[in-house]
Ligand binder design. Structure first.
Ligand code: NAP
Length: 289
């Protein structure tokens, strides 16, 4: 019996699953579109099964990275979900970015069956997943976290348990709040520089040595200036994440004014067909709308 399984072989999951397979030389995989799972097995090895319940039956640890709340519910507690068959003492690790409420709800369902549930959203994007350098922010019970952290380590550079169930998702929300405003600032800065006739390459050369420096500036200014938005994290994903932030903030009466504004800008970008452009396309919005 193989003890590890992975559900969701998309941009992130296929790379993460690859790291697990490389370390443990075995993995059970499942993806909604079966062709993806079959191709993954052809390239990497392991075994593809035809639903999440089969993964639960065969594995003591199941990792997932699917799309949104509904996908995670289907995979964990759906009619053909992992909980239909997983044995007592097993652990489910969810790397999808979803709401803290859904994480808590699923954690309670798992707990009733003496199964662990760790919410473990990631930061670092496709490049981080491929190089095994993700940052993982987790929520859940320490005893279950300890059982899976070694496996998570094979695709991560930093992993931290932030608190009880949902804490990983809340931490990811902070991450997205911090990123959203920053990208808009960078877009406005570059746009301003161009409009007033400065040499933007030289502007960035200077200001990146000072207090304005950021990861976004370092990694995205050049491609933004070249109008290239085909790498990194997609606008559709960002909108999902910012909606999660706004819902959580509204529920608790927290001010996230800037996040709400940037969320509306990403909505504009979806309106001009930029659903799959990366998040730095806020500059394109300034230029085209
Ligand atoms: P993606 O490429 O769309 O992959 C999602 C995968 O999950 C797809 O292969 C999809 O299958 C599969 N799936 C969805 N529902 C399923 C179900 N019910 N049963 C089985 N498989 C199912 O998305 P991604 O970019 O990897 O992102 C995944 C999650 O990570 C998202 O929550 C995203 O916000 C988060 N994230 C992404 C990045 C990034 O840079 N991409 C960075 C940090 C966090 P199909 O082939 O049938 O669609």
């Amino acid at each position: 019996m193989s003890s590890k399984g992975f559900v969701g072989l998309g941009v992130m999951g296929s790379a993460m699953a690859g790291h697990i397979f490389n370390k443990y030389s075995d993995l059970i995989v499942y993806n909604r579109t079966m062709d993806k799972a079959n191709s993954w097995v052809q390239v990497n090895g392991g075994q593809a099964v035809s639903n999440a319940a089969e993964v639960g039956e065969l594995c003591e640890q199941v990792f997932l990275c699917v799309g949104n709340d509904e996908d995670v519910k289907e995979v964990v507690s759906g009619e053909e979900g992992v909980l239909q068959s997983m044995k007592k003492g097993g652990v489910i690790v969810d790397h999808t970015t979803i709401s803290a409420d859904t994480s808590k709800e699923l954690s309670e369902l798992c707990s009733a069956k003496e199964i662990g549930f760790i919410d473990a959203p990631v930061s670092g994007g496709q490049a981080g997943a491929e190089s095994g350098q993700l940052t993982v922010m987790a929520g859940g019970e320490e005893k279950y976290f300890d059982m899976v952290k070694e496996t998570i380590a094979c695709y991560s550079k930093f992993i931290k348990l932030m608190g009880p169930s949902g804490s990983g998702q809340l931490t990811k929300m902070v991450n997205q709040i911090c990123i959203a405003g920053l990208i808009q600032s960078l877009a406005e800065g570059i746009n301003f520089s161009e409009e007033v006739g400065l040499n933007t390459n030289e502007v960035i050369e200077v200001i990146s040595k000072g207090a304005a420096q950021s990861w976004q500036m370092e990694n995205r200014w050049e491609t933004m200036l070249e109008d290239h938005y085909d790498h990194g994290f997609a606008v559709d994903h960002m909108r999902k994440d910012l909606e999660l932030v706004i819902k959580e903030a509204n529920k608790k009466g927290i001010n996230v004014d800037l996040t709400k504004i940037v969320n509306s800008y990403y909505k504009d970008i979806q309106g001009i067909g930029g659903n799959r452009w990366d998040t730095s396309s806020l500059l394109k919005r300034l230029k085209e709308l």
